[in-house]
Structure formats: C-alpha cells, structure tokens
Design a binder for this molecule. Structure first.
Ligand code: PLP
Length: 443
C-alpha cells in the first residue's frame, strides 16, 4: 500500500487496524490479535470500553480545548485532585503534559528550578542509570541509558547515565544478591561523591526497568537505600513511573511496593490507557513551597497541557479501574502470568530470566540459560520472536537487555489489567508455540 504516513520502519507494510475489544485487536483482514503488551504498555483497561467513549463525547460537547493560561477546567482540576490523592506522601501538585518524555523532562526542569530558586545554580546535573529509558526528547534522552536510541544524537546529549542498574541476572559487578550488599545502590553514592553533590539536582529511576531492560525488577531493599542516599546528599529523587504507574505493577505506583515517597513522579501511558494523549509530573509540597514562595512559575508547558478532553478521559479511566478493581487484578493475574512464564525456563534453554511485577513481566533470551551467554546482535532474536508471535496472533513488546545496552535480547509481556486467567492461558499457549518455532529457526 502506498501512503504518506511515515512508519516506524519506512517502507515496511503494517497491518491496518479495524477495531479493538478488551484484550483483543482486529485487523481489517479479520485477523485477531491478543494485545499482550497493551500496545506500548499503555492500553491498561483494554480496548473499546464504551464508558470512556461516552465520557469523551460528553466533554467534547462542552469544551474540547482551552489554553491553560486562559482557563482551567473541571476535568483537569478533578484529575489533578484524584492523582494527588492516589500518589504517596506529599506529592500533591500535578503538572499535565502530553507524553512520558515530556513528563520526565518537566521533572528534570523542575528539579533544576527547585535549587535555582534557592540560589544554588550549580546544582544542574541529573544522575540516572546506565540501563534506563526516560524518553525520546533531547532532555529525557540525555537521562536515558539506552545506547541504541542515543547513538545518533550523542553529541547533543548530556552524559547523565552514570549509575549501575540493579540487574541481578547479569550483575554489572558479577556479584549475587544478597551477598553483594546492594553494591548497585552504593554505586549511586560513589557517583555522587565523584561528581559532587553540590552539582547534582536529582536522581531519576524507573522502579521496574522497561524498554531498556525487559522488566528488570530490583530487590526489595534497593529503593529504600536509594531514597536514603538521595536524602543524605540533598538530591531529589524522581520516580519515572511512565510505564509502571497507574496500577500496572499491582499498586497504584510501583514505589508503593517499597513504601518510599519520591520528590516527583513522572507518569503517562496507562493514565489515559491510550484513549487520548496525556501524561503528568506529580510534584511534592517540598518543591512547590519553594516555587510558590519564589518565582511562582514552572518554566515548562505545552499548547495541549491540561487538555480538558484528555483529562475527562483519564478520570473515566481511573473510575473504570476502581469500579472493576483492576489494580487488584493486576496483582493477582500478574502472579499467575509470572508462574506460567517461569515454565518456559524449564522447557526452553533460551528462556534465560523471567521477571517482573504485577502485569509488567519480562523474559530475557540467551543462548543457554545455564551459561547466560547472550545471542550475537546480528541474530536478531528479539525481532524474530516478536515477528513469530505477531504471525500467531500475539503482540509482545521488544526490550534491550544486557549490560552494554546494545546487545542482549528481551521481551515484555504486559497485557491489559483486565485480563482473566483463561485469557492468560490463551496468551501463554501462543507464546509457547512461538518459542517452539523460534527454537526451530535458530537451529
Ligand atoms: N519513561 C519510561 C519509563 C517509558 O517507558 C517511556 C516510554 O516507553 C517514556 C518515559 C517515554 O514516554 P513517551 O513515549 O510517552 O514519550
């Protein structure tokens, strides 16, 4: 088909979507797919939910757009209040943006502003982990430890990823937990000492590392230690919950698993569950008090920030999640999904590690799970598995694993939070069949 739309891979033909219902998507040719990754870990409540469409229509009839410098709107106010109530601790103020990249970049700017307002203009550096993804804009990419996405723009990027990830399966220090004493967390302290805390505004981390790791999940002790280090050196802690937030891991925010309160949370994706573009930076009272007593203006914002139509959608999504107890379902079905995925390790030596939290699960693929030897990059194992799954009617999400971030194969399985046990069985049967076909191809 000839088209003017620039595709992710130029020249490639993509199937055309007809409609979606629940965990299923239907192509124009009638093919049915299980959305085993909720798109890009986004369609948290599944597809075609009529309550959301109704809410969208009602708001569109009232006011689809107002500019945030002219008006506020009832949905935006209510959504901010609801998010603030759902967020831990004193995270009581919400800045709306349109994408996860903007949410993390706003957090970066607010962190720098927080110290500037106090006359500490040298605190401008951000620390992040060498295995991480925080977005595609130049600021958010500067924070991302994702070499593949960085390499073309490297001369324009800041070198923020300086800290080891909590990557137990392929520990960067070749240690094992708990004997390691959480050396990866202490690595943050080492980076702070070598750069100087007087130069650092914030440390940003994904609670469960997504695109850049394949659902790398830290030991429970990791984030409390991280938070303690940040406090000790007067560095803000930003939790990038763009992928993990809004119930995905079985709690509203993944940091709730460890009882810690970040200074800011960036969220997106599941907020609108993909029905409209929407994301947010949630900011603590500690930071807002300084800004309110200072310049009073957060120097960020976009034409579509706090869009009333998107806010109405997000409110309807949050209501739908509450009414259908989807966070509880994510926790319960996540445990079931992980137990099924574990079975792959017994059947297939290429299933290296199985990990995750709630309905954010990952499988790292290796040549042999006894040796953990990675496949060469040119073997394109992740891509092949994803293509086979797609042909079999299952959508899964690619991730880059491995300590260098260039090589290493992993996939993410993250179906909508509405998924049932029977549907997980259906998903797993296709995945298992796809693994069999992958093994045959690799022989
Ligand atoms: N942060 C995390 C953890 C993400 O997973 C992503 C996207 O995958 C982003 C930020 C960027 O979000 P967006 O693609 O909406 O800009």
């Amino acid at each position: 088909m000839s088209t003017h739309l620039i595709k992710p891979l130029v020249g490639q033909i993509y199937p055309m979507i007809d409609y979606g219902k629940g965990i299923y998507l239907y192509g124009m040719d009638g093919t049915r797919y299980i959305d085993g990754s909720s798109g890009a870990v986004t369609a948290n409540i599944g597809h075609g939910v009529s309550e959301i469409n109704d809410a969208m229509f009602r708001q569109a009839e009232k006011a689809a757009f107002v500019y945030r410098s002219h008006f506020t709107s009832e949905p935006a106010e209510k959504l901010a209040e609801k998010l603030a109530h759902s967020a831990p601790g004193d995270l009581n103020s919400v800045f709306f943006v349109n994408s996860g990249s903007e949410a993390t970049e706003t957090a970066l700017k607010v962190a720098i502003q927080y110290y500037q307002e106090q006359g500490r203009r040298e605190k401008i550096r951000i620390l992040s982990r060498r295995t991480s993804y925080h977005g595609i804009t130049l600021g958010s990419l500067s924070m991302s430890g994702h070499p593949l996405r960085r390499q073309r723009f490297e001369p324009l990027l800041e070198d923020f990823p300086a800290v080891a990830p909590p990557y137990c399966y392929q520990c960067p220090f070749k240690l094992s937990f708990p004997a390691c004493g959480l050396k990866c967390a202490d690595d943050l302290e080492e980076a702070i000492l070598s750069i100087g805390s007087e130069n650092i505004a914030a440390f940003i981390a994904e609670p469960v590392i997504g695109a850049s790791g394949g659902a790398i999940t830290p030991p429970d002790e990791y984030f409390p230690r991280i938070k303690e280090i940040c406090e000790r050196y007067d560095i803000l802690f930003i939790a990038d919950e763009v992928m993990t937030g809004m119930g995905r891991t079985g709690k509203m925010f993944a940091v709730n698993h460890w009882g810690i309160v970040p200074d800011m949370i960036a969220t997106g994706k599941g907020m609108s569950a993909g029905y409209t573009p929407m994301a947010a930076t949630i900011v603590s009272d500690r930071i807002m008090n300084v800004i309110e007593n200072g310049t009073k203006v957060i120097m960020s914002g976009h034409t579509f920030s706090a869009n009333p139509l998107s806010a109405a959608v997000c409110l309807a999504v949050m209501d739908y999640m509450d009414n259908n107890k989807l966070i509880e379902n994510a926790e319960k079905q996540g445990r079931y999904l992980l137990s099924k995925l574990e079975m792959l390790k017994e059947r297939f030596p290429i299933a290296g590690d199985v990990r995750g939290k709630g309905l954010l699960c990952g499988i790292e693929l290796v040549k042999d799970n006894g040796t953990k030897e990675p496949f060469p990059l040119n073997d394109k194992v992740t891509e092949t598995l994803i293509t086979i799954c797609f042909a079999n009617g299952l959508i899964i999400y690619p991730a880059v694993a491995g300590v260098t971030g260039y090589s290493g194969d992993a996939v993410i399985i993250a179906p909508p939070l509405t998924i049932t046990e029977t549907q997980i069985d259906e998903l797993f049967a296709i995945l298992e069949r796809s693994f069999e076909q992958l093994v045959q191809r690799l022989e």
